[in-house]
Structures are given as structure tokens and as C-alpha cells.
Design a protein around this ligand. Structure first.
Ligand code: HEC
Ligand code: HEC
Length: 624
């Protein structure tokens, strides 16, 4: 590129982006219009976006957008919004003034975070599973560019996939910053070239990073996340809350300061940081904790060393997932998602000044109670405040980790389709979700428990019906649908078709155990069908093997690492490295191309929804 052209481009970019810091440069479930008059909130459970008039404090429109909307941003000075609809793989454009949807743009898979250029002409969104970023031209409603982190995801020593979630647009350095959900690694892309230009690798235990906020004037970025310390099997210190502070300029030395939020204030431990926001005057950073239902208000210290100092702790409502400052900085808004309420606070006094219900409870009473219990790090679920069920099973997903449990190494399972795949746990030691009362009362969570008084020591005796709360927790745990595979949106590929044949062949025997619509022979009826597939000897700490319950193969495309001990980094590893004696189906006779076909087939699961397929309806299902 010639010099003249470069300065012309710089001029164009500056005329678009060198405006004062404005709303929507950092992904969030909330956004506020640049004039401070409107607020938009995505209602994940209700499939809608609420548009609130901040003067009258009234919801003027609740716009249906689709399954699991996650991110929202206003577009320029208008009342138009762009929304990521995670469950439907769409970015939806809507007019906040009329409440009408004006466009739906299909994207590859799982759009999560979204930000817009200050003039609202372009939006950028992270696509979680494919680990890509799409740039959309709002006027034409077309994807104009796709950025890819390529193979750069797995660098921190974590085996978790590099899913992307957080995204921030930084006009001053003409960059996009994105965070990896299950590793907290951060990547920077130059907007002109579309190339990755920098990255910040996290500690191998860092996890669950959904958002990133950018300092308005200094080269700093803030990312809330946790650290999953998988060797600690007690509540205290197993899942640690952090805010990472990145220095975004190049150079040697400490470019990533990771600030533990539990050691920040001698009186309180907090759990599950979800979002962070920095005030427009850059004096205050606030972080909401979705586990302990509170927030830290911190002073920003510009010494490149301490970075943040605790100022005050504020109690919030149920499961706060988002926080956003008004453009003039006088107020900030917190989204208590399980109260379906946005609360406004005065930035100076930290007093609550408004409460706005953004939608009705779409879950029903029992599921809402179950969800509140699943997300809370407070009593009666948790004694020491560090951890909740959701710390390891966020939204029913796996945390991509293998924990050193007392019974041996145990890879966290996703909770998809669990109602049809009882018994529970790799070793099938639990026959009902109510048995998680033992987890609540045990070392891990140290809670009082949901059942009054003593519980059955034996896991065989039913705990169902003993407590309204416990039954509600079971109901919620059993209610996670299986995400459809993005690998089979256009049907099975030729390779997947060849793999399917191999999978169902008498020679490989895969389908003898991975049978039925859930690809598992699990049955809630005793005696259970457990199998020794040769995986029970490598872990010296194993106390229960070598018989394991056949896991479902639906959605294995997104649940690496694999097997109960997490030793298989990839699906190929399951069939090759971890199956040397052909005890786990017969695979030694397969060529590399055939193994690749088999893997393609597994990655395509599910390619049809097992429930409407009808067969599932006849299977034993456990609702609660
Ligand atoms: C420290 C991380 C962690 C926490 C906290 C946690 N789990 Fe788990 N969960 C795991 C791991 C690891 C497994 C696999 C364990 C096994 O199979 O033995 C698992 C398995 C499960 C399963 C079995 C799923 C299946 O299909 O077999 C259910 C259900 C479950 N957890 C629910 C809960 C509930 C409810 C809570 C809160 C009371 C909870 N978990 C807290 C890590 C965690
Ligand atoms: C004898 C029953 C049986 C057969 C045959 C069998 N599996 Fe499995 N499969 C299991 C069991 C049990 C596990 C869990 C083992 C463990 O975690 O240690 C498992 C685990 C897996 C996993 C890991 C899933 C996860 O979430 O971690 C994959 C993938 C898999 N099997 C694929 C296959 C394929 C492909 C074949 C055919 C080549 C096959 N299996 C044959 C019983 C079987």
C-alpha cells in the first residue's frame, strides 16, 4: 500500500471512528443509546429484546428475536439495534422505535458478543463454536468479512476448545479485541488488514470469559473470568473469580495482570464474574458477580501496577449478568436476569434509583427456582461462596475441564439431553438429579442442603419428593436441550455418510453401545449396562473403574476433551491413542481416512432433533 493511500485510509477511518468514546464498543447483554434515552436488554430465556424509555422507565417494546439472544448494541445515534441470536445462528436488526424486526442475517454458528462502529454502519460479532468474527454492513445486511483465529486458540495448555465470546471495538488503535470463552486468551485484530496482530495468553486454568471492556483513553482492557483449579476439590479456592487487566500496547513486561477478586476485600468472597464496565471518565470499574449476587465498585489506579482498588461492594438481585454505564457516567444499570429486572444506580452515591421489569418470567415457577439454585453461590447451596453448579456447567455446557474428584479424574459433562440418558455420572453412581444434594452438602459446595434434616447416605434411596427446591433443581438440570450440530446444517457430508456406515457396521461395533436416538444404551432401569472399554487403567487415582456408562455422542463436536479422564484431546484420540487394544469398538483395522470419516460423522451429531424424531418419546425420560 502506498503512503498516499495509507493516509487517505487513515483519514477515512478517523472521520468515522475518531468520535468521543460512545456506547456499544464493548459486548454486553445491555446497551444504552448514545443520547442516554434508551436502554436495550436481551432476555435469553424469553427470546426477546426489551427496549426501555429511560425517562419514563417503561418498556416500550419487547421484540421477539428468536432462541437465546445474548448480545445487543445500538446502531449509531439511531434507536436501531443489532442482536446476536445465539440459538438460531442469526444476527437480527430491529427498529427500537417501532419494535419491528428489519433484518435477519444468517451466520455460521452461535453468535454471542456484538459491537457496532460509532456511526452504526458496521457491526462485528463473535461466533462462539467456529471461533470466528463476522463483520456486517448494516445497510446491505451482508457479511462483508470473516476473521478467523485459526489454530491459535489452544496455546495456554488448556485442552478446552477456543470458543469466542467477548468482543470490543477500540477506535483509538483501530482494533478489535476478542476473548476465548473457555481459556480467557485474548486476541487483537487490526481492522484495516483483518489480521491478528497481538494476543494475551492466559494461565492454563483460566476459564469462562464472556466479555471485554476497553479503557476510553489509556491502552487497557478489562476481562472478567474465573480460574478453574481442577486439583482443588473443596469449595474454597476451587473456582476463583478474576478481573484480568491487559496492557494493549506492545512491549516487554507485565502485559496481563490478573486480579483475584476473592482476595480483594477481606470480608467478602464473590463468585462468577459475568461482565465488567468502565465509567466514561475512566475513574471507576464495576464488575457483577452472578454467583454471589453482588458487585464490586473499584477505583482505577493509573500506575500500571495495582490497576484497581476495591471501593465498595453493592448487593444486587438474582443472577446479575450485565452492567453498563449511561453515556454521561452519572448512572449505571445492572441486569438481574433471574428477577427479569434492570436496576439503575447513581454512580456517586451507589444508591439504587430505579427498577424496571424488562419481561415476565417465561420459565414458570419451578424452573425459575431450579435455575436460581443452579446459579447461586449462596446458602443453602454453598457454604463458602466460591462456587455454584453453573461455575462448571455454565448454561448446561461443559467447562472443558477434567477435575480431580475423590473417585478419580472426571471430565465435566455437558447436561444436554440428560433426561434421556440417566443414570448419571461416568460411573453411573447416581440414578436421579436429586442425588446432587450430596454434591451440595459435600466438600465441593459445603452448603446446608435443600432437604431439611438428614438425607439418605445411600445413593440408591430416592431423594425425589423430599424438597421442593431439590426437585426444582432436578427439573432445571434435566431441561437442557441438545444444540444441533453446525457440521450438518446442509445434511451429512460425503465423508460423514461414509463414517455413518462405519459407525453402524458390525465390524466397528460402535452402535452396539452408542445406540438409539441419543447414541447411548444408558437406561434408568437397573441393572445398568456398563462397559469396560479399556479406559480404566491409565489414571492412578481412579477408584471406581473400569466400568463406565456409555455417554451420548450428541454434540460431541463441542465437548473436547473426551472420555471420563479427559485424556483424549480430540475424537481421533478416542479411536486411536486411547483404544490400543480394540476394546472400545474395533478401530485398529481402519485407515486414517476411515477414522477421519468416522470423526466427521460424530461431529455431525445431532443432524436431526432426537425429540421430534419420535423414537425418543418412547424412551424412559426423567423430568425431575
Ligand atoms: C467443580 C466443578 C463442578 C461443580 C461445582 C458441579 N459439577 Fe456437576 N459435574 C462436574 C463433573 C467433573 C462431572 C462429571 C463427574 C462424574 O461423572 O463423575 C459432573 C457431572 C454432573 C452431572 C451428570 C451429567 C450426566 O449426564 O452424567 C450432573 C447432573 C451435574 N454434574 C449436575 C451438577 C449440579 C446440579 C451441581 C450443583 C449442585 C454441579 N453439578 C456442580 C463438575 C462440577
Ligand atoms: C462396549 C460398548 C462401546 C462400544 C462398542 C463403543 N463405545 Fe464409545 N464409549 C463407551 C463407553 C463406556 C465410553 C466412556 C468410556 C470412558 O469415558 O472411559 C465411550 C466413550 C466414547 C466417546 C467419548 C465421548 C465423550 O463425551 O467423551 C466417543 C467419541 C466414543 N465412545 C465413540 C465410539 C466409537 C466411534 C465407537 C466405535 C468405534 C465406539 N465408541 C464403540 C462404550 C462403547
Amino acid at each position: 500500500m502506498s503512503f498516499a493511500k495509507l493516509s487517505f485510509t487513515t483519514f477515512i477511518l478517523c472521520s468515522i471512528w475518531c468520535l468521543p468514546a460512545s456506547a456499544g464498543t464493548s459486548n454486553s447483554l445491555l446497551d444504552i443509546s448514545p443520547d442516554g434515552k434508551w436502554l436495550a436488554a436481551t432476555n435469553r430465556d424469553n427470546g426477546t429484546v426489551s427496549i426501555v424509555d429511560l425517562q419514563s422507565k417503561k418498556v416500550v417494546h419487547e421484540i421477539p428475536v428468536g432462541h437465546h439472544p445474548e448480545g445487543v448494541t445500538f446502531l449509531g445515534q439511531s434507536t436501531n439495534v443489532a442482536v446476536t441470536v445465539y440459538g438460531d445462528d442469526q444476527i437480527v436488526l430491529a427498529d427500537g422505535a417501532t419494535g419491528k424486526v428489519t433484518g435477519r442475517i444468517a451466520v455460521e454458528d452461535e453468535p454471542y458478543g456484538i459491537v457496532a462502529t460509532p456511526d452504526g454502519s458496521r457491526v462485528f460479532a463473535t461466533l462462539e463454536y467456529p471461533a470466528k468474527i463476522v463483520e456486517i454492513d448494516v445497510a446491505t445486511q451482508k457479511i462483508v468479512r470473516t476473521l478467523d483465529i485459526g489454530g491459535n486458540g489452544i496455546r495456554s495448555g488448556s485442552l478446552a476448545p477456543p470458543f469466542l465470546r467477548g468482543i470490543a471495538l477500540s477506535p483509538s488503535d483501530n482494533r478489535l479485541y476478542v476473548t476465548e470463552y473457555l481459556t480467557a486468551n485474548v486476541h487483537a485484530f487490526d481492522l484495516s488488514s483483518g489480521k491478528e496482530v497481538d494476543r494475551w495468553i492466559a494461565n492454563a486454568a483460566d476459564n469462562i470469559s464472556r466479555q471485554i471492556a476497553i479503557h476510553p483513553t489509556r491502552p487497557k482492557a478489562y476481562i472478567p473470568h474465573i480460574r478453574s483449579r481442577t486439583h482443588v476439590n473443596r469449595g474454597e479456592g476451587s473456582v476463583v473469580p478474576f478481573v484480568g487487566v491487559l496492557t494493549t500496547t506492545a512491549g516487554e513486561g507485565r502485559r496481563r495482570v490478573t486480579m483475584p477478586m476473592d482476595g480483594f476485600n477481606s470480608t467478602f468472597v464473590v463468585a462468577n464474574p459475568w461482565e465488567t464496565a468502565i465509567s466514561p471518565d475512566a475513574k471507576t470499574v464495576v464488575t457483577v458477580f452472578a454467583g454471589t449476587d453482588d458487585m464490586y465498585v473499584c477505583d482505577v489506579i493509573n500506575d500500571d501496577y495495582r490497576e484497581l482498588a476495591h471501593h465498595q461492594t453493592v448487593r444486587l438481585g438474582h443472577n446479575p449478568r450485565a452492567v453498563k454505564f449511561a453515556p454521561d457516567g452519572s448512572q449505571f444499570y445492572v441486569y438481574n436476569t433471574l428477577d427479569f429486572e434492570v436496576a439503575g444506580y447513581n454512580t456517586n452515591s451507589l444508591q439504587k434509583i430505579s427498577e424496571i421489569t424488562v419481561c415476565e418470567n417465561p420459565l414458570g415457577e419451578e424452573k425459575l427456582l431450579g435455575k436460581i439454585l443452579f446459579y447461586t453461590a449462596l446458602q443453602p447451596m454453598v457454604g463458602r461462596r466460591w462456587i455454584s453448579c453453573s461455575s462448571c456447567h455454565p448454561d448446561g455446557d461443559s467447562d472443558g475441564r477434567t477435575w480431580q474428584n475423590p473417585e478419580g479424574l472426571r471430565n465435566t459433562t455437558a447436561l444436554y439431553a440428560m433426561a434421556w440418558t440417566h443414570p448419571l455420572h461416568w460411573s453411573a453412581d447416581r440414578d436421579e438429579s436429586q442425588d446432587f444434594e450430596h454434591t451440595i452438602r459435600g466438600q465441593l459446595m459445603q452448603g446446608q442442603g435443600l432437604v431439611r434434616g438428614a438425607i439418605h447416605e445411600s445413593l440408591d434411596k430416592p431423594n425425589k419428593g423430599l424438597s421442593k427446591g431439590l426437585d426444582a433443581l432436578a427439573f432445571y438440570s434435566n431441561a437442557h436441550p441438545v444444540p444441533m450440530s453446525p457440521h450438518s446444517k446442509e445434511g451429512l457430508s460425503d465423508s460423514a455418510k461414509r463414517g455413518k456406515e462405519l459407525f453402524f457396521s458390525a465390524e466397528t461395533k460402535c452402535a452396539t453401545c452408542h445406540s438409539g436416538p441419543y447414541y447411548s444404551d444408558s437406561t434408568p432401569v437397573k441393572p445398568y449396562k456398563l462397559h469396560d472399554v479399556g479406559t480404566g487403567t491409565s489414571d492412578k487415582s481412579e477408584k471406581m473403574g473400569p466400568l463406565y456408562d456409555t455417554p451420548t455422542l450428541l454434540s460431541v463436536y463441542r465437548t473436547a476433551p473426551y472420555l471420563h479422564h479427559g485424556e483424549a484431546k480430540t475424537l481421533e484420540d478416542v479411536l486411536r491413542k486411547c483404544n490400543p487394544d480394540d476394546k472400545h469398538g474395533k478401530t485398529s483395522h481402519l485407515s486414517d481416512a476411515q477414522v477421519a470419516d468416522l470423526v466427521e460423522f460424530m461431529k455431525a451429531l445431532p443432524y436431526e432433533d432426537p425429540e421430534p424424531a419420535g423414537i425418543a418419546a418412547k424412551l424412559p425420560k426423567v423430568d425431575r
